[in-house]
Design a protein around this ligand. Structure first.
Ligand code: PLP
Length: 403
């Protein structure tokens, strides 16, 4: 049976963002059997027709598959799409966001090297630096978020990497990435940004001169709270050693999760537009509510990084962190328990709204002094607005706060 062949789609690099997110990185030739979507390649290993073709593959470094720990065709499609969305030459996918964070650090840093991070850093990334990297003789210097004088003062001849998040989780501080990249260049040090909370729709750090962009694709990029994945985008020569290290570490993702990520990426613009609008409206509502003490959302004019966010970001996303006036942890927990639409769960960036009290979810076993030094008060709530109707979400928060 002959299968009708659609005209091959050519992705013009000048295409607008949503065209790129739907089509970029996908095969230009018709897909197998006329399918509109990419197939999932489940094979763990790939056969060669004879010994000579195996030798040719090794000697000529042919771009084909060998063993799935080193990649599969579904994964390559996602990597090409992510690289294009991030404005990078190449990207490498990982099993999780933490595999990407730890993969970057382990592949880049050696005994005697130093790394500088800001004090607002995803707690598990920070613990990895402090508790694990230190075992291999890598020192982590931690400076106040956004303080460029402290950042520069922390640099020594042993510094190999400056690593930040933007916006930070859960405080939503926005870093001036142009300045961050310029500082790295001035000292000949590479820079990395975990842009999980931004996504390439809201900000593209490579355009500011950042060397590595890390994402937990588990969040907005996949967007449906149904898979784990991580990625790093960078220049092709910088991705090559990371991919090699991933082959040793075995932190490759599965073709099934990669396919779901590919599907999620196609609707990224639509979802981000809604997340941005919902986050902004929710932040404005909370800022006007008499029970709310402080709202951490860079889209609010009173936020210390409002100007940087306005200049560098298309929107501020769906995550809104806030504190409840004169509430202890129990009174705060009662609000979390009273909401009906957002579910109490870790993670963010999915179509379903999620809510959590950082004290309980991530810092329950920390001492009060420790939590205070990390800026995690007992009355803090982090809300990840999904893509539900904003009037429903606000009415839900309102009834929980007014109880
Ligand atoms: C900013 C940030 N980076 C990295 C990670 C880790 O991602 P994953 O859970 O996919 O390992 C998270 C997870 O919450 C995160 O918020």
């Amino acid at each position: 049976m002959t299968v009708p062949q659609p005209p091959s789609h050519r992705t013009n690099p000048k295409s607008q963002w949503s065209t790129l997110s739907v089509h970029a990185g996908e095969d230009q030739a018709p897909k197998p059997r006329g399918a509109v979507t990419d197939p999932i390649f489940c094979a763990s290993t790939y056969a060669f027709s004879d010994t000579q073709s195996l030798i040719d593959f090794i000697v000529e470094k042919q771009p084909r598959e060998e063993y799935a720990r080193y990649g599969n065709p579904t994964e390559k499609t996602v990597e090409r799409k992510l690289a294009i969305l991030d404005g990078a030459e190449a990207a490498v996918l990982y099993a999780t966001g933490m595999a990407a964070v730890s993969g970057l650090l382990l592949a880049k840093l050696s005994a005697g090297d130093e790394l500088v991070i800001f004090d607002e850093f995803y707690q598990r990334s920070r613990e990895f630096c402090e508790n694990e990297l230190s075992r291999f003789g890598v020192a982590t210097k931690i400076v106040a978020t956004g303080d460029f004088d402290q950042l520069e003062a922390a640099i020594t001849p042993a510094t190999r990497l400056l690593f930040t998040e933007s916006p930070t989780n859960p405080h939503l501080s926005v870093i001036d990435l142009e300045r961050f990249a310029a500082l790295g260049r001035k000292h000949g040090i590479e820079t990395a940004v975990d842009a999980t909370l931004a996504t390439p729709y809201n900000v593209r750090p490579i355009e500011f001169g950042i060397d590595y962009v890390v994402h937990s694709c588990t969040k907005y990029l996949a967007g449906h709270n149904d898979l784990l994945a991580g990625s790093i985008s960078a220049a092709a020569a910088k991705i090559e050693p990371l991919r090699k290290f991933r082959g040793y570490a075995g932190t490759t993702n599965s073709p099934q999760a990669e396919y779901l990520l590919l599907r999620g990426l196609k609707t990224l613009e639509l979802r981000m537009q809604r997340h941005n609008a919902n986050g902004q409206a929710m932040a404005e509502f909370l800022a006007s509510h008499p029970r709310i003490d402080r709202v951490y959302y860079p889209g609010l004019p009173g936020h210390p990084n409002y100007e940087i966010a306005k200049r560098t970001m298309r929107g501020c996303g769906g995550v809104v962190t806030f504190t409840v006036k004169e509430a202890d942890w129990r009174q705060t927990a009662r609000i979390v328990d009273a909401v009906r639409i957002p579910q109490i769960a870790a993670s963010l960036g999915g179509v379903e709204s999620l809510i959590e009290q950082p004290l309980i979810l991530s810092y329950y076993e920390f001492t009060p002094e420790n939590r205070q030094s990390l800026g995690i008060p007992d009355n803090m709530i982090r809300l990840s607005c999904g893509i539900e109707n904003i009037e429903d979400l606000i009415a839900d928060l309102k009834q929980a706060l007014d109880k």
